[in-house]
Design a binder for this molecule. Sequence first.
Ligand SMILES: C[S@@+](CC[C@H](N)C(=O)[O-])C[C@H]1O[C@@H](n2cnc3c(N)ncnc32)[C@H](O)[C@@H]1O
Length: 214
Amino acid sequence: MNIIDLKIESYAAAFASPQSEILQQIEKETLANHSDSQMLSGHVQGLFLSMMSQMIKPMNVLEIGSFTGFSAICLASGLQKGGQVHTIELREKDAQISEDNFIKAGLEKQIQLHRGNALDIISLLQENREWDLVFIDADKVSYIEYYELTLPKLKKGGFILADNVLFHGQVVAQPIKGKNAIAIDAFNHHVANDKKVEQVIVTLRDGLMLIRKL
Ligand SMILES: C[S@@+](CC[C@H](N)C(=O)[O-])C[C@H]1O[C@@H](n2cnc3c(N)ncnc32)[C@H](O)[C@@H]1O
């Protein structure tokens, strides 16, 4: 199910600033060669992530789910001098594509790729680090775990962005079917009931939740 009318999406995309050559190249290659190409954030959401990063001016960013590296490059655009994006990818093939893309973008110093399961890696990264911005975009059934793991290490006033929170519109079905849609709906309720944060769902693409730690 398309949540947003396709004509409206195209119209909005036509008025989005053009993306950099490297992002155009990653998008083109991912769409042409990857069997899961629909996972890519893409032009409009990519610009949104870039603008969030430029507004926050983060020192430390965590991304859970690198895929082909597109969104990590967007998230790096507002980094402070000396700042870093740490991005985690489970699938070896995607991790390698991401790493190659970070080198092509000249961002290999600003973006550190971590290969493996985010549930094992996050705690290690957080031993002596706090986050200004976290982007949750991996397996939907673990969203609550990712949120609970990272929130204590998110700076006060810091942001968590969670992707796919409308899950192709399936969250409004009655009853909700499928483990991913059920998990996402549980995540949305979990955040809404947490007094430590305020949150809003932006109906961009597949739904992006902006969460701010109070
Ligand atoms: C939706 S894609 C990420 C898209 C990317 N952030 C973007 O916007 O272009 C989700 C990625 O998370 C990865 N992933 C799934 N489970 C994971 C886990 N437990 N740890 C790390 N990565 C995981 C998948 O292999 C996949 O590449």
